[in-house]
Write a protein that binds this ligand. Structure first.
Ligand code: COA
Length: 299
């Protein structure tokens, strides 16, 4: 049998010039960690300065230093909860005071946990809607006047899990579907002002909080159930890497994408076409003990 192909993880600087974003400024919510931090780093490696926004100032400050040191550009932290429009407006003011402009916005702040509808409180559902959906709306409202000036671009970090029903993700599915819809309307309303808006939909990305939460091994199996599912449902031979998402962000912000707007770009190695329930179905619904052993830390 021919050896299984495994796609290489490449860096955007191997494809795009390191100067394409010289003089540009990125405003990124959720940029203090995970996928959004890597997206910020990639955009900075091509010349941009940045502002990363989040709730935890200590983590943001450390990340901003790391990003500045790694790229030779300037990253500053701005503390804000995306659920609070006034805090976001202050973060935008900080960006304008420091850099004088905003060209790119990543709406990346998100909340996620696994819970069946039957075990999800009204406040739990509302919390994720407020972080993901209202947070995206609030970020757009606070930044759009500045992007009209620079004819800038938005990227919204969504997901693929709501294309079909995903157990224990009702709150996130509803929130991400709304984000996709918001981006499309933003694209058509602001296109005439020169602004673009697109969505990146990451598939399973290794090393992220969400993936780790799902990958808790089944004590009854030598290999975790989730890993087994992904081993057979990733056409390009591996789960995603945060750099795959960062590369997509560089492309979508670049002039090479200047006729692309209102689109959703899944970056999932083709997984969506083969996607299976990530937990054994319907056991995960009916056997709560089994589900608890697979979903950590709590159901
Ligand atoms: N299962 C069920 N309900 C949960 C839950 C879980 N694992 N985690 C939180 N909730 C519920 C809480 O019980 C609360 O509802 P209640 O008041 O009816 O009890 C509601 O959600 C708000 O939770 P709280 O922790 O007070 O909100 P927060 O604003 O501090 O944090 C999250 C919200 C989503 C950020 C938090 O749950 C969290 O830290 N999640 C994991 C980290 C994460 O989401 N990272 C981003 C990855 S994309």
């Amino acid at each position: 049998m021919t050896a299984k192909f495994v796609a290489e993880v490449i860096d955007s600087t191997a494809v795009f010039k390191e100067t394409i974003f010289d003089g540009k400024v990125l405003f990124c919510t959720g940029g203090g960690s995970g996928i959004c931090k890597r997206m910020t780093e990639a955009v900075m490696r091509h010349g941009a300065n940045s502002v990363i926004v989040g709730r935890n100032l200590d983590r943001l400050t450390t990340s901003a230093e790391e990003l500045s040191n790694a790229t030779g550009r300037t990253c500053i932290p701005a503390k804000a909860d995306v659920r609070e429009p006034n805090q976001l407006r202050d973060a935008v003011s900080k960006a304008i005071t420091k850099f004088g402009r905003i060209d790119f916005v990543i709406c990346g702040a998100a909340g996620n946990f696994l819970s069946p509808i039957s075990g999800l409180s009204e406040n739990g559902f509302k919390t994720v809607m407020q972080i993901d959906t209202m947070g995206t709306f609030n970020t757009i409202k606070a930044t759009v006047p500045h992007l009209r000036v620079t004819k800038g671009a938005y990227i919204h970090v969504s997901a693929t899990l709501h294309y079909r029903a995903t157990p224990f993700q009702a709150h996130v599915s509803a929130a991400k579907a709304a984000v996709d819809a918001l981006s499309a309307v933003l694209a058509i309303e602001e296109g005439p002002y020169g602004i673009r808006s697109n969505v990146i939909a990451p598939g399973p990305i290794g090393g992220t909080e969400g993936y780790d939460r799902l990958s808790a091994s089944d004590p009854h199996e030598p290999e975790g159930y989730v890993q087994k599912v992904y081993n057979r449902t990733m056409p390009l031979g591996r789960v995603g890497h945060v750099q795959d998402i960062a590369n997509a962000a560089v492309f979508l912000f670049s002039d090479a994408a200047n006729f692309i707007t209102g689109q959703v770009l899944p970056v999932d190695g083709g997984n969506e076409h083969l996607r299976e329930p990530f937990l054994p179905y319907p056991d995960c619904i009916l056997d709560s003990e089994k589900a608890k052993s697979l979903i950590k830390p709590r159901l």
